[in-house]
Design a protein around this ligand. Structure first.
Ligand SMILES: NC(=O)c1ccc[n+]([C@@H]2O[C@H](COP(=O)([O-])OP(=O)(O)OC[C@H]3O[C@@H](n4cnc5c(N)ncnc54)[C@H](O)[C@@H]3O)[C@@H](O)[C@H]2O)c1
Length: 389
């Protein structure tokens, strides 16, 4: 079993944890104290080798209120990531800011020699992703990207099925999903404004669909993309008033609520992708992985969050006879996907091991998102040119 797979196995995570605690407490800071930061601190506070020492947020008083809410005595609050990094000696940070500041916060932390757990999507553009990886390489620190569905045993099963050879060589994949109504604005507009989110459904939930299949097939390099993005729901004031939100959100809406793309991957594999925060449809389709010997159907979830929506089906040909069998949903028995994502990151920090979800893989995920944006703007296919880092 590879090092990466050991991290992805929830049982392995538990074993490693008991082996690793050396008594040294890791000093951890949290950059960005919005919705997802609660999930991070909740897990950190469960871990006896972690001390939360500081938090930062651009909104006045928000980081202090966050630390108070979680009863973290003695921890300091800062008005931005720069002041936090200048004033604290840290082992690790969680970057929990909105997408548009992922790159600057991550690069600043790595430049200070701090290990980083970065929330998904990696960032907004391919150029930013390349700069992040340059900083990571120069620092020699651990950078892991926050795709917690990787720790779901059903997700791991998709990869195991592909790697078993049961499907043969893969040549076509359809992935994506979506929500009938689900533009994420319950806590404000940071997901729908261009200056904070950068991209919409494409980056927010699209990155999960891409990771589901690209991780399964070993993250081949993306070569070309024809992309499309629209915003018909987000630009409609009625959409928001029906949802009990201000009609003005439609004016602020500066990203996509639907995206689709046709992507060519190295190895002659075609990736057909679609993702929606809102649509007049239940689902834009299940994820399917077609191989020369067999295919796999992965049911979409109702409210797409990057996971498996039900028992998967394998389709095979046995002596000229079409055969199908179900892969039942596997019960997750760990401490939680967020716990695993943070624990596996800290285990890598403690041991100097490989990042459980490495930037070298997610670079390709980001390159596809970036390619879709560029192709949609130009209205034609574009080549995906990924600089060597
Ligand atoms: N893994 C998951 O399941 C999951 C779920 C939700 C959100 N996310 C990701 O987490 C990120 C944050 O989402 P959220 O819902 O918490 O957003 P949010 O808007 O509620 O919070 C982001 C916070 O970051 C702060 N911030 C921005 N730049 C900063 C900087 N330079 N220094 C300090 N603070 C800064 C903002 O002021 C804001 O309070 C997004 O990238 C999102 O995609 C991941």
């Amino acid at each position: 079993m590879s090092n990466t797979m050991a991290h992805l196995d929830p049982n392995a995570v538990t074993l490693q944890e008991s082996r690793l605690h050396t008594g040294k407490k890791l000093k951890v800071g949290i950059i960005g104290t919005g919705w997802i930061a609660d999930e991070h601190i909740r897990q950190y506070l469960e871990m006896d080798d972690v001390e939360i020492v500081a938090a930062a947020d651009l909104v006045e008083g928000k980081a202090a209120a966050f630390l108070k809410k979680w009863n973290v005595e003695g921890a300091r609050s800062y008005p931005d990531h720069t002041s936090l990094l200048e004033n604290e000696e840290l082992d690790a940070v969680s970057v929990c800011t909105y997408n548009a500041t992922h790159a600057e916060c991550t690069i600043a932390a790595l430049n200070k020699g701090v290990n980083v757990l970065l929330e998904k999507p990696m960032c907004v553009t391919l150029e930013e992703a390349v700069e992040i990886i340059k900083a990571e390489k120069a620092s020699g620190k651990v950078l892991s990207i926050g795709f917690q569905p990787r720790f779901d045993p059903n997700m791991q099963m998709i990869k195991k099925i592909v790697e078993s050879g049961e499907l043969g060589d893969i040549y076509y994949i359809q992935t994506g999903g979506g929500r009938r109504r689900g533009i994420p604005t319950p806590f404000g507009t940071s997901f729908i404004q261009k200056d904070t989110a950068g991209v919409g459904a494409l980056g927010d939930i699209g990155c999960y669909s891409l990771d589901m299949v690209l991780n399964a097939i070993g993250y081949p390099k993306p070569l070309t993309v024809t992309g499309y993005r629209s915003n018909f729901f987000g630009k409609d004031p009625n959409y928001f008033t029906v949802e009990g939100r201000p009609a003005e959100y439609a004016e602020l809406f500066g990203v996509d609520d639907f995206a689709a793309a046709f992507i060519r991957l190295e190895g002659g594999i075609i990736l057909d992708f679609r993702i929606a925060w809102a649509m007049n449809l239940d689902t834009p389709g299940d994820t399917i992985i077609m191989g020369k010997k067999g295919s796999l159907r992965i049911p979409s979830t109702d409210c797409w969050n990057g996971s498996v929506g039900g028992a998967m089906t394998v389709y095979r040909d046995v002596s000229g006879q079409g055969v199908e069998y179900k892969v039942p949903i596997i019960e997750y028995k760990g401490k939680g996907l967020f716990y695993d994502k943070i624990r596996s990151f800290l285990d890598a920090v403690q041991t100097g091991g490989e990042a459980p979800i490495p930037s070298s893989q997610i670079l390709y995920n980001q390159a596809i998102i970036d390619g879709i944006v560029k192709s949609a703007e130009l209205g034609r296919e574009v080549e995906i040119d990924i600089p060597t880092v």
